[in-house]
Design a protein around this ligand. Structure first.
Ligand code: ZN
Length: 376
């Protein structure tokens, strides 16, 4: 292997690690923000409960004042009744007294009701306070963890950046520029060659190119994806092991609510992964570029399950294993992450291997992957 390529491979590892650390560092403040938002919600709940207690207390004081006013009135009426001259006057005063007494009884009921409520409200406030206290402690702990991890990550990042700069210095300038340009657009700048194929874009190499990569005397670039090609003899040996050691491929479920497909051609785009989902009587379709993971076009929504909605896309496509939640799909935005592409590509390879094994076992079956046949 050329020293430049060896250095680039190390550089690629460093780049990956740097990206992972950067993502992790960016993730912490988001996580802290989410829990702080929860905390603010619980604080607001507590304040509401406390305000309710105060409102009740004020109402109770108002009722108590009203009762003492009424009692004052009653004693005034009683004094007056001693001086009345006629029976009618006496009756009128008695009536006033009865009326005030009735009002006192009614107000006392209201106070009692408030007192019963106060117990429940007290419990609410105490529970909210306890919850808030526990939560605040948990958040402080979480923040501390985030702070520590961030500091560790930042330190590692600085180390890796230093290493990266050293590695860059060890690579031919033109090659380095090419590597960085391709990495930027495709997520990786190097690709291993195995079975005469570029493992990143799955395109077959011409025999001469393949030999040149294997010899490792000059840098060769994949015509199709522009990645710098390299050959790892150890991997080739693994591939030559008998097929019985290959794990049996897990088969996707026919009726799964989400299905992934590979198409070698899609309009004028070339190779794509399709993600079809069924939910509440509707189906959706996302199209991703196999090599870059970029989301192509809009997300299409159609009536019925995805088999009814997108039959033309399924025909002739290779069904793959893969399942990600709706939130994850949303989270990817305009680009499926490399891990997802890697997982789908690995399954695609397994599916193709399975198909080629089936075809060679039963010659009457149609040859679905002619390129595989040509390879062997
Ligand atoms: Zn390629």
């Amino acid at each position: 292997m050329l020293p430049d390529i060896e250095n680039l491979l190390k550089l690629q590892d460093a780049d990956k690690e740097i990206r992972r650390l950067q993502d992790e560092v960016a993730e912490f403040p988001k996580r802290v923000a989410v829990i702080e938002q929860q905390l603010a919600g619980h604080k607001a709940q507590l304040e509401k409960a406390q305000t309710a207690v105060k409102t009740d207390e004020a109402a109770r004081r108002k009722f108590e004042t009203a009762i003492s006013d009424l009692r004052g009135k009653i004693s005034k009426y009683r004094d007056q009744s001693l001086d009345v001259k006629t029976n009618d006057q006496y009756k009128a005063l008695l009536h006033e007294i009865q009326f005030a007494e009735k009002e006192i009884a009614g107000t006392e009921d209201k106070i009692l009701e408030l007192m019963v409520n106060a117990d429940a409200r007290d419990k609410e406030v105490k529970a909210a306070q306890a919850e808030l206290k526990a939560e605040t402690a948990a958040i402080e702990k979480e923040k501390e963890v985030a702070r520590q991890r961030t500091a560790e990550d930042e330190k590692l990042l600085a180390e890796w950046r230093g290493k990266r700069d050293q590695m860059r210095a060890g690579v031919n300038e033109d090659l380095l520029r090419h590597y960085e340009r391709v990495s930027k657009f495709r997520g990786s700048g190097l690709s291993e060659v195995r079975d005469q194929k570029c493992m990143a874009c799955r395109v077959m190499l011409r025999p001469q190119t393949y030999n040149e990569v294997r010899t490792g005397l000059q840098t060769i670039i994949c015509d199709s994806c522009q990645r710098i090609l390299y050959f790892n003899p150890a991997e080739e040996m693994l591939d030559l092991k008998p097929s019985t050691t290959r794990a049996k491929r897990h088969h996707p479920k026919i009726d799964a609510p989400q299905a992934w497909y590979y198409r070698a051609e899609f309009g004028d785009i070339g190779e794509v992964f399709l993600c079809l989902t069924t939910s509440r009587g509707q189906s959706s379709r996302r199209v991703y570029d196999v090599h870059t993971g970029r989301l192509i076009g809009d997300i299409l929504i159609r009536e019925g399950n995805y088999r009814q909605g997108f039959p033309e896309d399924i025909t002739g496509a290779i069904r793959l294993n893969g399942e990600w939640s709706e939130e994850e799909l949303e989270g990817w935005g305009a680009e499926a992450p490399m891990v997802v592409l890697d997982s789908l590509l690995a399954d695609l390879e397994a599916a193709r291997y399975e198909m080629s094994a089936r075809t060679s076992a039963k010659p009457e079956a149609p040859a679905s992957v002619p390129s595989q046949q040509a390879a062997s």
